[in-house]
Design a protein around this ligand. Structure first.
Ligand SMILES: [Zn+2]
Ligand SMILES: [Zn+2]
Length: 123
């Protein structure tokens, strides 16, 4: 395979943007790939930036899923503590009702935290 611009020079790589074969004179190295000098350089830089911000969005989404799980666990524990108090003041039947919510929230929270497939990998 020869360079797209120099038909007699063998290519060393492909442009990440347009896929043309490039010789050492024609390519410029970017953070994660090759691009045609000048013509595709800015485009590939834009793509790289897009991928970067995409990874950032994924990180935030992962964090939100995680904090939802933590929130449920904290709410669950709070409900359980409330159930103990309700048991002493209002009565055991209502305390059971509150305790049920406490356990449900806690279990849901732990399930949220342990389900790894819900946390997309950014790479
Ligand atoms: Zn190109
Ligand atoms: Zn060339």
């Amino acid at each position: 395979m020869n360079c797209f611009n120099h038909r007699d020079v063998s290519a060393v790589g492909l442009c990440k943007s347009c896929g043309k074969a490039l010789c050492p004179d024609c390519w410029t190295e970017l953070t994660n790939g090759l691009a045609c000098k000048d013509s595709c350089e800015s485009r590939v830089n834009r793509i790289n930036r897009m991928l970067d911000s995409n990874a950032q969005v994924m990180r935030v989404a992962r964090l939100q899923l995680k904090s939802l799980g933590l929130f449920c666990i904290i709410a669950g524990i709070a409900f359980c503590a409330l159930a103990v108090w309700v048991n002493q003041t209002i009565g055991s039947s209502f305390a059971c009702f509150v305790a049920f919510f406490g356990v449900a929230f806690t279990v849901f929270g732990f399930l949220r935290l342990s389900r790894k497939q819900d946390y997309p990998q950014s790479d």
